[in-house]
Design a protein. Structure first.
Length: 595
């Protein structure tokens, strides 16, 4: 018994003292595991999302000599190309890995390995952020449970998987740091962490702008309630303003120097600098009464809001600023931009379940800590996780953030509930608790459970579309096109980024709002008459036509425009100026020369 006691004490001490080192060791093991588990995908460069393909194309252009501030994609919308609204921040680790590995394994293999490793880098930051949060709020030895629970957040973890090289994983990592900063009892350090993580996230992209705004509101309200929080507010304001400004100078593209609304351009930079400056000023003034602090905070918010509305009225609507036609035909139909309740149950339930459990846990921990010091940390976390869960009612793409921010609450629920359940003598309570634990496990693995039980299974038609879309995107399907001389290929919008990544050919359009004119041209070409298609192809200098029968985009053209060019092509009514070209047997694609 003495040996067991000593072992337990040693283990607890190690978990408390060495949590940082042990977390990084755990991350390294996870990196190796996911690389091995996804090796076939890595080997085949299975960049499934259009943004992942575009990210690799952007990094290749950078390594090929394109300017640091030139984010124009010249291989889409020829001959001029189009400016994409991203920054170079996420390009850096991917480019560094390629440069590091290239001398040893060659360019192609270096790219494949870099695409496998790069998405797992921000996972280390997310693990540290969540670990720091639960150590402060739950227990110094609770961080391993946070890691286990994060691994159960399927929607969140999908953003860190090999080949998911776009920016979402990095922004989630910054979100994990933000919640750690909100929970940090060290005020200056907490303000520094939230300010810098928000600035980095905004420089990457505006997707998490609402969360950055909410974090700032929480820090401000915390100061309104407790005057001792002035130091946190002061440092937060300075780092938000300074970090945004430095990031803009280092990473904003030439195109983002204009007054655009879809990135950290001078529009949003001015809001961050002025907002951060005003918060710093509030902290310096620091009136003694809560009412005075509240009035000053409201005045600052009104100044920021009114100034933004007066100076940048064009940015009060959708940040993409697309035409009504493009919004109706494309942007409004992006699935992840719809509220969660408009999605099928099989997709919505696994996403929503974890945030709900997290809110219950965070609420319980806040209530139990109302007479102790932990409430000062739990209230901001509860507010932040509640906001993230409510964001699902706006857009389903809030799912990864909502699941990530649910982890501290779920850890607290387990930490509070399981020991109480073990200690309780009542058999009825133990039985009910056992059922609750099983229900919680079912929620954690709800996606896999629903799939195993065939609950709300996709229709056969949806399965056919998913299969066709997947097959047409593969390297074996597209690589045969490299046998032909480089030229402009007219293909679907959703196939364009993959085409320019896997082959040496150029394409017309990709699903990016700054590429809106080309998107409409492609949609009109496939939807209207064959003569209109031919004229559009000539406009862009396209000499090849590539289509993927039953791909999701193709079904839209057929359903909405019966008798249009693509519908005729699907019924084998091929114009005389299209010549079929051979592809390997069983290829899912159809290729034509445009005469």
């Amino acid at each position: 018994m003495n040996v067991l006691s000593k072992t337990g004490s040693w283990l607890r001490g190690s978990l408390e003292r060495d949590w940082l080192r042990l977390t990084l060791i755990t991350w390294a093991i996870l990196l190796l595991w996911f690389m091995a588990d996804r090796w076939n995908m890595i080997r085949l460069l299975s960049l499934g999302d259009t943004d992942d393909n575009m990210r690799l194309a952007q990094v290749r252009a950078l390594l090929g000599g394109q300017g640091w501030y030139d984010l124009r994609q010249y291989r889409l919308s020829p001959p001029a190309g189009f400016d994409i609204h991203w920054s170079r921040i996420v390009d850096l680790p991917l480019a560094a890995l390629i440069l590091l590995l290239r001398p040893f394994v060659g360019t192609a293999e270096a790219e494949r390995l870099a695409c496998g490793i790069a998405p797992l880098l921000p996972l280390s930051i997310a693990l540290l952020g969540l670990g720091a949060t639960v150590r402060r709020l739950v227990s110094p030895v609770a961080w391993p449970l946070a890691i286990v629970l994060l691994l159960c957040c399927a929607t969140t973890m999908s953003m860190f998987m090999p080949d998911r090289i776009d920016h979402h994983g990095w922004q989630l990592a910054m979100l994990a740091l933000s919640v750690a900063g909100l929970a940090d009892p060290e005020k200056r350090r907490g303000g520094l962490i939230v300010g810098l993580s928000s600035a980095v996230s905004l420089n990457i992209g505006l997707e998490l702008l609402p969360y950055a705004a909410m974090a700032g509101a929480i820090i401000t309200l915390r100061w309104v309630w407790d005057r001792d929080e002035a130091a946190r507010l002061s440092v937060y304001g300075l780092t938000l303003a300074g970090g945004s400004g430095i990031g803009f100078v280092l990473f904003a593209s030439n195109a983002n120097q204009a007054l655009r609304c879809d990135a950290l351009t001078p529009v949003w930079l001015s809001a961050m600098v002025v907002g951060g400056g005003l918060l710093f000023l509030l902290a310096r003034l620091d009136p003694a009464t809560r009412w005075a602090r509240l009035i000053l905070a409201l005045v600052a918010a009104a100044v920021i809001g009114a100034g933004f509305a007066l100076l940048f009225p064009q940015c009060l609507g959708r940040p993409e600023q697309v035409s009504p036609e493009l919004a109706k035909a494309w942007l409004n139909n992006v699935r992840e931009a719809r509220p969660i309740y408009k999605h099928p149950f099989r997709m919505a339930f696994p996403i929503v379940a974890l945030p709900v459990v997290g809110l219950i846990g965070a609420g319980l921990a806040t209530w139990l800590g109302r007479r102790g010091g932990s409430i000062t940390g739990w209230v901001p976390v509860l507010m932040f996780s509640t906001f993230a869960a409510l964001m699902l009612l706006w857009q389903a793409r809030a799912g990864p953030a909502a699941q990530l921010l649910a982890v501290p609450g779920i850890v607290a629920l387990a930490w509070i509930g399981l020991p109480w359940l073990v200690r309780h003598r009542g058999i009825g309570v133990k039985l009910a608790g056992g059922v609750a634990v099983l229900a919680a496990l079912a929620l954690l693995f709800s996606g896999s459970l629903m799939k195993a039980l065939s609950i709300d299974r996709p229709t056969k038609r949806v399965q056919v579309v998913n299969l066709a879309t997947g097959r047409c995107m593969t390297v074996p399907a597209l690589r045969p096109l490299n046998r032909l001389p480089k030229q402009v290929v007219f293909t679907f919008v959703d196939l364009g980024p993959r085409l320019i990544t896997v082959t040496h050919h150029d394409a017309i359009a990709g699903p990016y709002h700054r590429n809106g004119d080309a998107i409409l041209d492609v949609q009109h070409a496939f939807s209207r008459s064959p003569e209109n298609f031919r004229a559009t192809a000539r406009k862009y200098g396209a000499t090849l036509l590539l289509v993927c029968p039953n791909m999701a985009e193709s079904t839209v053209y057929r359903a909405r425009n019966p008798g249009g060019f693509y519908d005729q092509l699907a019924h084998n009514r091929v114009p005389a100026w299209l010549t079929p070209l051979p592809l390997p047997k069983k290829s899912p694609l159809r290729l034509f020369r445009i005469d």
